[in-house]
Design a protein around this ligand. Structure first.
Ligand code: SF4
Length: 192
């Protein structure tokens, strides 16, 4: 799998072109604030697992970020490491939790305050979405197409349009169901 050798110092680079907007937004939020609320940690943490990032690398990623935000290692290990291990099925019922699908993310609760989970096509207002798209340096035409699809409630189709606008070949055949699908198809195209 693509993720077998993914270490946490590669995530910045990978997030630039191969993450869908939902995960890029979370990644950048954590990079700046060095924190994320529970829902966001679940959404991004399970995505990382889905990419094939090992439990050890995930723990390193979250520990590094949270410690930069002023949480000491001891508190991290007591409070947050449990959740990371839990996501990997190493705590609690030892269930193997699946990364969230688009449908689950789109229908998640409205992010409030400092929360950063959800699907930007659904949960961001038009202006914020426009700002996110500007950072991806796509054409004005592609931007308007995506905003139009958002208005009509076609969130996954909007996400596929961004994929098309940022990859040399068309991808995502058969529709988009999952953020990890977006990532994998992007990596296949960009490294192929
Ligand atoms: Fe993420 Fe799916 Fe929304 Fe794209 S459509 S941003 S992959 S939840």
């Amino acid at each position: 799998a693509v993720g077998d050798k993914i270490t946490c110092d590669m995530l910045d680079q990978l997030s630039l072109r191969s993450y869908p907007l939902c995960m890029q937004t979370l990644h950048n939020h954590i990079k700046v604030k060095h924190h994320a609320k529970h829902e966001g940690r679940m959404q991004y943490g399970l995505f990382l697992k889905g990419m094939g990032v090992s439990l050890e690398e995930s723990l390193k990623y979250w520990r590094t970020q949270f410690c930069k935000g002023g949480i000491d290692t001891e508190k991290f290990d007591k409070t947050y490491a449990y959740n990371v291990r839990h996501n990997y099925g190493k705590e609690g019922k030892r269930a193997d939790y699946s990364p969230f699908s688009c449908l689950k993310i789109i229908s998640s609760s409205e992010p409030k305050g400092d929360e950063c989970h959800g699907c930007p096509y659904k949960h961001s207002d038009e202006l914020s979405l426009r700002h996110l798209l500007e950072k991806r340096k796509i054409s004005a035409e592609a931007t308007e197409e995506i905003l139009g699809l958002k208005r009509q409630g076609h969130y996954q189709v909007a996400c596929m349009s961004l994929f098309k606008a940022t990859h040399p070949k068309e991808g995502l055949h058969g529709g988009l169901q999952h953020p990890n699908q977006y990532f994998e198809e992007s990596q296949t195209i960009l490294s192929g």
